[in-house]
Ligand binder design. Sequence first.
Ligand SMILES: *[C@@H]1O[C@H](CO)[C@@H](O)[C@H](O)[C@H]1NC(C)=O
Ligand SMILES: *[C@@H]1O[C@H](CO)[C@@H](O)[C@H](O)[C@H]1NC(C)=O
Ligand SMILES: *[C@@H]1O[C@H](CO)[C@@H](O)[C@H](O)[C@H]1NC(C)=O
Ligand SMILES: *[C@@H]1O[C@H](CO)[C@@H](O)[C@H](O)[C@H]1NC(C)=O
Ligand SMILES: *[C@@H]1O[C@H](CO)[C@@H](O)[C@H](O)[C@H]1NC(C)=O
Ligand SMILES: *[C@@H]1O[C@H](CO)[C@@H](O)[C@H](O)[C@H]1NC(C)=O
Ligand SMILES: *[C@@H]1O[C@H](CO)[C@@H](O)[C@H](O)[C@H]1NC(C)=O
Length: 599
Amino acid sequence: MVNLFVFFFFFIIISFVNVPLSSSLEQDSHFLKRGLVQQKYLEITRPLPFANLTPSCTLPILTHDFENTMGLPPVSVNYAPPVKCSWNHVALQFNASCKGVQYDRIAAVWLDGVDLFRTSTAEPTVDGVFWSVTKDVTRYSSLLVKENISLSVMLENLVDDVYTGVYHVNVTFLYYDVDEMGVPLSSRTDHRKFGRGSLGLYDDHKRAAADLIMPVSGYGSEGFWFKIQSDSEWHGKSVMIPKNTYKAVMEIYVSFHGDDEFWYSNPPDSYIRANNLTSKRGHGAYREVLLNVDENMVGSVVPFPVIYPGGFNPLYWDPVVSIGAFDHPSYDVDLTPFLGVLLDGKSHFLWFKVVECLPFWLVDANLHLWIDKQCTGDCQVQAKIIDSGTPDFEMERSSSFDGLDGSYEVELKRKSEYRGWVKSSAGNLTTTVSRALEFNNKIKFHDKGNEKNVKQKVKEEIEISVVESERGIKISHTSLKRKYPLTITTKTTTKPPSKAENGTKLILSELENEWSEKKKLSEGDSSDSSSSSLKNGQKCKGWMDVQDNVVFQGEATTQQSYSYNGEAATSYSREITATNGRLINDTANYLHFASLSTM
Ligand SMILES: *[C@@H]1O[C@H](CO)[C@@H](O)[C@H](O)[C@H]1NC(C)=O
Ligand SMILES: *[C@@H]1O[C@H](CO)[C@@H](O)[C@H](O)[C@H]1NC(C)=O
Ligand SMILES: *[C@@H]1O[C@H](CO)[C@@H](O)[C@H](O)[C@H]1NC(C)=O
Ligand SMILES: *[C@@H]1O[C@H](CO)[C@@H](O)[C@H](O)[C@H]1NC(C)=O
Ligand SMILES: *[C@@H]1O[C@H](CO)[C@@H](O)[C@H](O)[C@H]1NC(C)=O
Ligand SMILES: *[C@@H]1O[C@H](CO)[C@@H](O)[C@H](O)[C@H]1NC(C)=O
Ligand SMILES: *[C@@H]1O[C@H](CO)[C@@H](O)[C@H](O)[C@H]1NC(C)=O
């Protein structure tokens, strides 16, 4: 993973003093910190509702040291669920440790080619770092019951005399029998609707995991993800779905790297050209992953800006990493209105492209399918698209530059509404999926390009309604609102304590990043309705002295506020402050989770 800022400001300054940028610098522009102490890293999130229970079985599935793994296929082991074990919930636990000096890396875990987990690694210290991430993977139960399938982990790493860190990884599945443990019904219901990792809508109107999951991913020798290098590439897979499918949801995993690791802060190419800069990190600051079925675009994702542990100032992410760094969100697109197309008995090409991208993006997806088990033999679920409307799309860009100073803005609005009926043994149901997306990004350069401000807002609203087709009786209604505001200010100066003569820079920065969402689900006549909200924000401030890509001194403070409210009895909040590698304040409040632990 490569950091823009060092590099970017580097050559801005270098262009002042007229020293050509060496190509090795361009290749090698991550931030590395030179930490000493032993640390336990963490991403702040709420505990799984069943985390305090004792698992009915534990399956250590993989132990591996990722040393020189660049260019190698993922590591694979055989998976089979534990025998004689009663379970209905499953968690994946990814533990890792590393000692020495190493860049942050990207990793993923696949089961039978289905992406279960996407994570970045922490940058180690000389005495070593350790972290553990637990993700609810109950959603993938239809795979987790299968025998003789492969679990694969990819983590490309390079070890030499300088970059000495080897990543030691353990992957474990924890199986829980939540009902037998006597978890209250309300919490059980709540968890199924809003469990960690389920940022999407998968089980909102059918409170059960999919019956079948088909990967829309690569073939494995370079990882099961598609590596997308440019706007002109598309990647996907032909799939033929069972003829008794009555619901389909595409779950998309995305991460961005190389010249696009900080895509939301990339200036337009015109700025780079006008200033004779050698940076490749351009193409402006708008990216969107488009999902298509054959010739039709059916959805899109503007991903949350996950910042990897070497990003902006690595001291920010010690010991608390950025939102999503250890457990990348995935994004759901409900394709039920398109079953009319997908159920025609032919195979269809499901594919992605990343608009305006630079090398490289790692994208893959899982097609979750729900099967009508009463429809067997000659029976076939019938479906038809009623209306795919005329999706609205508006985009505006503006830019004004004078030398290295100036501003750039890009704004996007997208609206769509898709409607289709599906007749299964549950009846003839019409699903309407409406979506509104707003994206706005502003970048400003001041002080001869030495100060840069980025302000981005992403806002998305999705509504899914299901009604009985003939009589229009409401079955369910789901609404999801999400916002991801991001602001970043970076200043490069040559004032003390840094001495420019030996090639060091003082970089000051401030960063605010937030994920907030509200979900509401009502069923039938609305008597059964539930809602949840999450606000998870980080504020960081600090400085660092950097030489080449190495941070040799600095200070940083990260504050995070996490607040989740579910149904009446379920809430969790946590406030932390970390300064210079130490958690100085950490207060958590939980309702309901606390009562569980006493059982
Ligand atoms: C992985 O598991 C092995 C065996 O239990 C243990 O020795 C090692 O410390 C673990 N490593 C991590 C990173 O959890
Ligand atoms: C992983 O880390 C967790 C939390 O520290 C610990 O409870 C668990 O035993 C670890 N598992 C392995 C296999 O190292
Ligand atoms: C497991 O899968 C492999 C490869 O698909 C196959 O060769 C083998 O026979 C299978 N074993 C069992 C026990 O099903
Ligand atoms: C960029 O390079 C061209 C050709 O070498 C030169 O004419 C121009 O002045 C340079 N522009 C800047 C802003 O340095
Ligand atoms: C399902 O309902 C729609 C809308 O009322 C109707 O057009 C369609 O014919 C129905 N499908 C079947 C198989 O009855
Ligand atoms: C560069 O200068 C700074 C400030 O004087 C100093 O702290 C740092 O050690 C120097 N770096 C090297 C590699 O000499
Ligand atoms: C830490 O918590 C204490 C007591 O709750 C509070 O007084 C103090 O302002 C907090 N410090 C920071 C830096 O948030």
